[in-house]
Structure formats: structure tokens, C-alpha cells
Design a protein around this ligand. Sequence first.
Ligand code: 13P
Length: 291
Amino acid sequence: MSIANAKEMMVKALEGKYAVGAFNVTDLLQFEAVIDAAIETKSPVIVQTSVKPSQFLGTDMMVAIYRTLAEKAPVPVCLHLDHCTDIDYCNKCADAGYTNIMIDASKQSYEENIRQTKAVVDYVHSVGNASVEGELGTVGGVEDQIKVAEDEAQLANPEQSVEFVQRTGVDIFAPAIGTAHGVYKTKNPKIDTERMATINKLLNGNGIKTPLVVHGGTGLPEETIKKLLAAGGAKFNVSTELKRVLIDAKWEYISAHRDEYDPGKLDKFVRDATRKAVIHWMQMIESVGHA
Ligand code: 13P
């Protein structure tokens, strides 16, 4: 039985100086490939669904897939709802069996963000073994239904971050530090790793209480990933890269086998390509061997 919530995994990760990979999936094939990679590398792993894929398959189907795969995997697996702006849907996913819920009220005013985040924390904690992620400041780019122009993205203030965590009771916290969803426009995006380290020290300097999340993993240079790891990043989110691998691998296989009509072979090729991309991330964030 390998059902786990995100906070418990991330506390262990911070103690062990590694991070947990959190990979957005849209279908069964990606779900299986992410777990294949976790088993192969003995890594804890977080499988994430954005709101649209979760609604498309339905929460019960998502959780059934999760439980079926996680229960036979010899590594801890968390199912996370990513960037949900709707309190009722957050609560519905907690009821269905997701083990980490992200309420994203970061586009609201500070007080409204606290109100909505706290409402989800209170509900989810009453349901059972699930943790809650909140966000302060805004992450640029596009993720599912959320769009933020990069020049409108606002970084999280360290003192306000502490107040936000205390007043909401979130289990894990995503401070905006300059990362963006999607593909970075420059080779060396400006990421405020010092801000991340300051927030981590304020929150976790006297014992680990609220581990930090890094959004916008796709395209981050490996050097920046290492700096963020050292600064306390305990969960790295990767979405766009896996979408690209999925579509590109399908295209590559179909182009090379235009007269073959064997979906099993196509799926195997795509699952392998996805597994390899996930393993690369697990190596970079040093989760290998920690499950
Ligand atoms: P990317 O799409 O840039 O990898 O970001 C993923 C993410 O942060 C999901 O929450």
C-alpha cells in the first residue's frame, strides 16, 4: 500500500536534502509511465492532475486509477489536484481520495486568498489523510485554466509568506519566485533563489513545518534546479515537458510507422519516452533511491 500525502513525503525530502518530483498527467499512459519511473529509480512521486483532465476523466476514475497503480507500487505515491480555483471542486477531490489539494487563490487579493485557502484547509483536514498546498504571489505563463502575463507575475514577500502560512494553516507552500508555467522565453530565466532560501529559513529554520514547492519546472536550467534544491525546494512541478514528450513521441512513432495499426506498440513507445523524461527529472532533483 503506497498511498501517501504530499506533506509527509516532502518533510522526509527536506530532511534527506532531495526533492519529490510532481508530474502533471492527462491520461492513463502518462500515469503509468510516471509510476514506472518511480519504481525503477526507487523514488517517492507525486502524480498531479490539472482541473480540466480531472474533470474530463472524472474524479472517481482518476482516484480509481491512482489507487490501482499506487497500491501495487513499492514506492509512496501521492495524487495531487493542481491549481484549482474552485473551493467546491477542491473539496470534491478530497472527498474522492486525492491526497494533496492545491487551492490557487493567488490572483485574488491577499485577504481573499487567505479566506479561500483556509476554507479548503479546514475542509480537507476534516476529511482525512490529505494535505493542502497554497500559493502566494503569482506564477507567470499558462497552466490549464490559469493565465498570468509574465510582466504581471508578482513575487512572494517573505514576511507575508509566514503570515499567510500561519493564518491559513497550509501544509505545503508555493511562493512565487520568478518561475513560469510553460516554456521560458530566455535560456537563463531570472529566478530568485535567495528569496526561496529566505522563505524556507523563516518557515523551516527551527524544525520542518511547511515544505516549499517550485512551480514551472519545464525548461529550468539544471544549475537553477540545484540552487532551488539547496534553497529548500522540496517539490518540483513538471507539466509542459511531459505534454511535449507525449505529443512528440506519438508524432515520431506514427511518422515512422505510417502503415502500422497497432496501438499497443505506439503506447509502449510513448510510455517509454515519458518514463525516460521523468527519470531524468528524478536524477536532477536527487530523489533516486529515497523510497
Ligand atoms: P511547467 O508546465 O512549466 O512544467 O509547470 C508545471 C507546474 O508548475 C504545474 O503546477
